[in-house]
Design a protein around this ligand. Structure first.
Ligand SMILES: *Cc1c(COP(=O)(O)O)cnc(C)c1O
Length: 429
């Protein structure tokens, strides 16, 4: 569903452009879609908060009984401040880290957070820091699939997790350090197709069943995240009912093999949040290059958002649906032409219409005019979360549209003072 053009215009007049608009109704729909995960006895969902760490979103997850998967000490602290409980009983926040950096170890110790280690040497890190108690081990099972190669999360080229043949040695190191392996975890990505997700998770569950005999103290198994979102076709999302079947049958198989109750966990990021946010930007100019001996010309719609806001197209060639506000209902009769949508940054790669191979993959759009608003849809996952301060532009404000139609600003536009606030002149010797 697209937002009311009058709403988008009036918000642009109030906060300027670009801005992010979250839609509470869409987020709650996605949470409800897979709520069976948290409502099924013995199955528990976590939100991979790196996808969208806004406090407001974390609070929605908490209200729905969804736990948290964090990646850094500060992500854990964000989750705690948003109201998620500390402690390992139950481990409502889990810290999945390939590397303990900055405050990560301190946060684990101070708040009793379950560490999910992704590298064998982290046993020694934990032990040296004085940690005793439960841990989780993230396994690289030797296979997996991301939405692009750079997102592959299992297999020989993946940096994530403990290689499956090193799992027993890592477990023995944990035993020797007085650490109890309470959870085995793998996040192998899913591929864009349901069948691939199904096959990968079924295979993964079988690997965990085979490993059970070595882990008598295990209380949980996590199959990771990776439920895909279809960015190109909203009518073709993953089917929920077979997903329900898949997770409940994996859970049953694990409990039967273990001859006791085990918790099955899953930790979607993208699926929960991808469709709940739109990046709204303004067209500042429309210009043309002309064909010469180096190539053919293109029409550029220059907009005020760039990859400092939404980096996925520049980083992975990701597709986000683009609409010209007010002139672009899904009407097939509106004349369209190939348009390249480009941002304000001093980088020729600051282009929203790209694909995995092409720098310029023009999109068929109604020709916009300077002053038009343009929307980039499905920007809720790895959108604001990956935005940066490159070119000192400052992050755009995040707005929250409630189901009753009220709009709240949940973060304001960053100012020069925000950008400079960590600069010091502290002498170190
Ligand atoms: C990124 C990540 C997820 C979430 O992946 P999605 O594709 O967004 O569902 C889950 N678990 C771990 C460990 C991750 O690193």
């Amino acid at each position: 569903m697209q937002h009311d053009p009058a709403l988008l215009q009036s918000l642009a007049a109030k906060v300027g452009t670009p801005y992010w608009l979250y839609d509470a109704r869409v987020l709650r729909k996605r949470i409800a879609d897979i709520q069976f995960l948290s409502d099924t006895e013995g199955v528990q969902a976590r939100f991979a908060m790196k996808a969208c760490p806004a406090t407001k979103v974390l609070q929605e997850m908490h209200a729905a009984g969804i736990w948290i998967d964090a990646v850094s000490g500060n992500e854990v602290l964000r989750a705690l401040r948003a109201g998620h409980p500390a402690g390992r009983n139950p481990p409502a926040i889990c810290l999945t880290a390939d590397v303990f950096r900055d405050n990560a170890l301190r946060v684990v110790l101070e708040h009793g957070i379950l560490p999910n280690i992704g590298s064998p040497g982290q046993i020694a890190d934990l032990s040296r820091a004085g940690y005793r108690g439960q841990i989780s081990i993230r396994v690289n099972p030797g296979f997996g699939h991301g939405h692009v190669n750079a997102c592959d999360t299992g297999g020989p080229s993946s940096k994530h997790g403990v290689w499956f043949e090193d799992l027993l040695a890592t477990k023995q190191a944990a035993d020797a350090a007085g650490l109890e392996v309470a959870m085995l975890h793998a996040h192998i990505g899913s591929g864009p197709q349901f069948q691939e997700l199904h096959d990968n998770l079924t295979r993964l569950a079988a690997e965990f069943v085979a490993a059970l005999k070595y882990f008598p103290q295990l209380s949980a198994v996590s199959l990771g995240g990776g439920i895909p979102h279809n960015y190109r076709d909203h009518g073709a999302q993953v089917p929920i009912e077979p997903l329900h079947e898949l997770f409940t049958s994996c859970h049953r198989r694990l409990c039967t093999a273990a001859r006791r109750e085990l918790r099955l966990e899953i930790e979607p990021g993208r699926y929960y949040v991808a469709p709940c946010c739109t990046l709204v930007t303004r067209v500042t100019d429309v210009k043309q290059t002309r064909t010469n001996e180096k190539g053919s010309g293109a029409t550029f719609a220059m907009v005020d958002a760039g990859f400092v806001d939404l980096v996925r197209p520049a980083m992975y060639g990701s597709y986000h649906a683009i609409h010209v506000v007010g002139r672009d209902a899904d009407d097939p009769h509106i004349p369209r032409e190939p348009i390249v949508v480009a941002g304000p940054l001093c980088e020729s790669g600051d282009i929203f219409t790209r694909d995995e191979r092409e720098l310029l993959a023009p999109r068929m759009l109604p020709r916009p005019e300077a002053g038009d608003l343009l929307t980039l849809r499905d920007a809720g996952a790895y959108g604001y979360a990956m935005s940066s301060n490159y070119n000192s532009i400052g992050r755009a404000p995040q707005l929250w549209l409630e189901e009753d139609g009220t709009v709240e600003m949940i973060s304001r536009r960053e100012t020069i003072d925000d950008l400079l606030k960590a600069e010091t002149s502290e002498l170190l010797g």
